[in-house]
Structures are given as C-alpha cells and as structure tokens.
Design a protein around this ligand. Structure first.
Ligand code: COS
Length: 421
C-alpha cells in the first residue's frame, strides 16, 4: 500500500518537478503538499500521536520510491523522519502529542540540529549551550548543516546543558520557528539535493520553555542522538537504494535505444556486465535495508550494526551505480540537459550525512569486536600464544617449554628461541 501511494506521488508530482527545483534550489512546497495529501507524512508515527502506526520498513519504502524520482524529494521526506525520532525515542507523552500530531497531519515540518562547525563525526563535542534559567532554557551558539532549516516550523536542537559532565553533557531541546533569538543564517549552495534547504542556525539568548527539553530530564542528548541515528540510518540507505534504482532504470532504457556499431549498446557485453552489476548491487542493498529496518521495528539487539551496515553499503552502492549510469549515458550523461547526472550529485551526500561511511565502518567494527567475545568456542582453533597474550610471563614460559618439548620430539635436542625477546 505505501509503495503504491509513494510511487504515485513520485511519478505524478516529483519526477516532473525534479529538474526545476534542482535548478532553482527552492523548497518544493507542492511536492510536500502532495506527500501530505497522500497520507505519507505520519507513516512511521504511532496512531496515538496522529500517525498511521507503520514501521521503519514502511517509511523506507516511501523514501525509496520518492528518491527514485528525485533525491531531493526523498530527502524532503526523510528529514522529517529524522527530526521526529528524538521525540519518539526520548520525549514525554505530552511532548509526543504536542510535537508529533501536527507533523503527522502535514501541518508542520521539523528539522534535526546536531552537527556544528566543529562537531561533525565527533557528535559529543558540541559547543552550543542551553542554560537553565527558571522555567526556561537559554540557548546560545550555532548549528551547521541544518537540513530543512527555514522551511521547518520545529527544530530538534542538541545543546550542552552540563559542560562538566562527560557522559551527560548534552540534551535535545525543541525550538519553534519565531522564538526570539532564533535565526536562520547562511543558506548553503549545494552540489546535490538542491531542493531541500541546508542552513546554519544561530541562537542568541534564545529562551525556550523548559518543558521543551526532551524527556524533561537533562543529559540524555547524546543517547537520544545515537538511538535516533540507529533508527534513521535505514532511511538514508533507502534514499540511496531509490537513487541507484532510478539511475539504473534510466541507464537500462538508454542502453536499449542507443545504437553504436549498428546495434543497441545493451547488446555489448561490457555494457551488459555493467548493468548486471548495477542491478545486483542495488538489489543486495535493498535487501540489507529491509533487514535493518525490520531489525529496528522489532527492537533487535544488533540494530546499531545493521543500520550502519545498510547505510554504508547502500550509499556506496548508490555512488557506484549512479556513476556507472552516467558512464553508460556517455557525453549525454555529463550534461545537465538530462536527469542522470543529478542522480550522481544527489548520491554523493548519502555517503556523508547521518554519519560518514567511515563512522559507519567504525560502528560496525566496534560491534564485531564486542561480538568476538561471545565466540569463545573458537578459541581452540587459534594459536595458543595469541589466546593467552604475549605479555603473560607464566604463559610465555610454559609455551617456550612446550614448543621445546615438541621440537625435541620431532627433531631431537635443539635450541628453541623463547618468546621473551
Ligand atoms: N544508542 C544508544 N546509546 C549509545 C549508542 C547507541 N547507538 N551508541 C553509543 N551510545 C552511548 C554509549 O552507551 C555511551 O554511554 P555511557 O556514556 O553511558 O557509557 C555514550 O553513548 C558514548 O558512546 P561512545 O563512547 O561509543 O561514543 P563516541 O564518542 O565514541 O562516538 C560515534 C561514537 C562516532 C559512533 C558517534 O559519535 C557518531 O555516531 N558520530 C556520527 C554522528 C553523526 O552521524 N552525525 C550526523 C548528524 S545527522 S546529519
């Protein structure tokens, strides 16, 4: 059902407008209206807060379809998902009703403000502050790369509430557009995803009611941000799958009609190999995204790893597939007259935002290191000196004696070097 609805919006509204908004770099309000009219805005929001009660799998399907027609159309939608997850993850009941209902109805838009000029991958090193003053928090500082900034009505902002604390340093605070001291700054001029604004936002003694602090317990910001990203990363991965699929389809059609040497280029083995690899990788990415989305929906224990895996694999795939699609289009692919080069531009940011793919690999690797501790049954199959550690003198002495004994048994009496060097 969601796929059909999203595809309908994608084909009827998003695709025909994609080039215009890419050129103009303006927010496409009619796309947003069409998405809202199709009932897609609250897909992932529980019914008790006005949404459709779907899961991350459902929103991923919507993002995938919209992104297939235009990367910006997909981000326009996915960024709303990102802004709402902290509320779902850490908000009080009252906050969930207050902030999620108007979003589910399509009346308000939301934006997510974590990154700063000096805090990107190192999301714990924020500088923007929120100081408690009576029944308010007073915000100062700035945020960078704020997607949807200016278009959004509500901003989920992460700021330092306890500079002295290491693990409870930051909190998420909901700030509404129009609050005195809140200002949109530089509007970025971007390579891709040009229809969705990315801005700097500034806070100068911006007073926000204390009841807007997520969960009304300070210090939970980093955990809320991380839990949000675990849930939202399959959405970025779904954007990437949509972009890859969209570019692949254009390439398939082009290759079928483009004739060289008296035959369609799709009959040449080199082009066939490219198309086959593009399709296979896209399908593999799609399936990994769905597995991760279902892991989020079922609160599986390995969510962080799967979310990171699907984000890095799908976005690397999108970059590869969209680049190959441009290659198949040849000179036409490089020209702005045709939609294909936009897919490549739109794909690039998916490897960067919501955690660079370097960060995703770090998350996956950290998870593997933890998992390895549960694989003790394999210890007998790795070298004994590795198992016990080379710095334990008792083990080293024992291993030296053992290897000497083994050597004597096989070679007769010899001098065997010890591990003590
Ligand atoms: N869910 C809940 N809590 C989590 C978590 C998760 N997925 N990952 C970490 N935490 C908690 C840890 O349990 C730890 O809590 P305690 O202090 O109570 O022990 C705390 O957060 C710090 O964890 P950790 O030491 O792993 O954090 P690091 O500073 O090493 O950062 C990375 C980890 C790099 C993974 C994190 O900063 C990150 O994801 N950075 C990318 C940010 C990003 O995606 N930015 C894009 C913004 S959207 S455009």
């Amino acid at each position: 059902m969601w796929r059909e609805r999203a595809r309908n919006v994608a084909e009827k509204v998003v695709r025909p407008l994609a080039a215009k908004y890419d050129r103009e770099q303006e927010y496409p309000w009619e796309i947003k209206e069409a998405i809202a009219k199709a009932g897609l805005m609250g897909v992932w929001i529980p019914e008790e807060y006005g949404g459709a009660g779907g899961g991350v799998i459902d929103l991923c399907i919507c993002v995938e379809e919209l992104s297939g027609a235009c990367g910006g159309g997909g981000v326009l939608y996915a960024v709303i998902v990102l802004g709402t997850f902290p509320v779902l993850v850490g908000g009080t009941e009252e906050q969930k009703h207050r902030f999620l209902r108007p979003i589910a109805k399509g009346e308000k838009l939301i934006s997510f403000g974590l990154s700063e000029k000096f805090a990107g991958s190192d999301a714990a090193s924020l500088r923007a502050t929120a100081v408690k003053d009576g029944d308010s928090y007073v915000l100062n500082g700035e945020k960078k790369w704020n997607t949807n900034g200016g278009a959004a009505d509500i901003y989920t902002v992460f700021a330092v509430t306890d500079p002295a604390s290491k693990s409870r340093r930051t909190s998420a605070i909901m700030v509404e557009m129009g609050t005195p001291g809140f200002r949109i700054g530089k509007v970025e001029d971007k390579m891709g995803i040009r229809c969705v604004p990315v801005v700097e936002i500034h806070f100068e003694n911006c007073r926000v009611p204390a009841k807007n602090l997520l969960g009304e317990v300070p210090g939970m910001g980093f955990k809320h941000a991380m839990a949000t990203l675990d849930k939202a990363r399959p959405g970025v991965a779904a954007q990437a799958v949509g972009l890859a699929q969209g570019a692949l389809e254009y390439a398939m059609v082009y290759a079928g009609y483009r004739e060289q040497f008296g035959a369609p280029i799709s009959s040449f083995q080199m082009i066939q190999a490219m198309l086959a690899d593009m399709a296979t990788k896209t399908e593999a990415a799609r399936n990994l995204v769905y597995v991760a989305a279902l892991a989020v929906d079922t609160a599986a224990p390995n969510v962080s790893k799967l979310s990171a895996m699907c984000k890095l694999f799908a976005t690397d795939t999108a970059m590869e597939v969209t680049t190959d699609a441009v290659q198949i289009f040849g000179g036409y692919g490089y020209m702005r007259d045709y939609p294909i080069e936009k897919y490549m531009r739109d794909a690039k940011i998916t490897q960067i935002y919501e955690g660079t793919n370097q960060v995703q690999r770090m998350v996956v690797a950290r998870s593997l290191v933890k998992e390895s501790l549960g694989l003790k049954h394999l210890l007998d199959f790795i070298p004994k000196e590795i198992q016990k550690g080379v710095n334990d003198p008792e083990t080293l002495k024992r291993l030296a004696e053992e290897s000497k004994r083994l050597a004597e048994e096989t070679l007769g009496s010899v001098d065997v070097p010890t591990h003590n060097a």
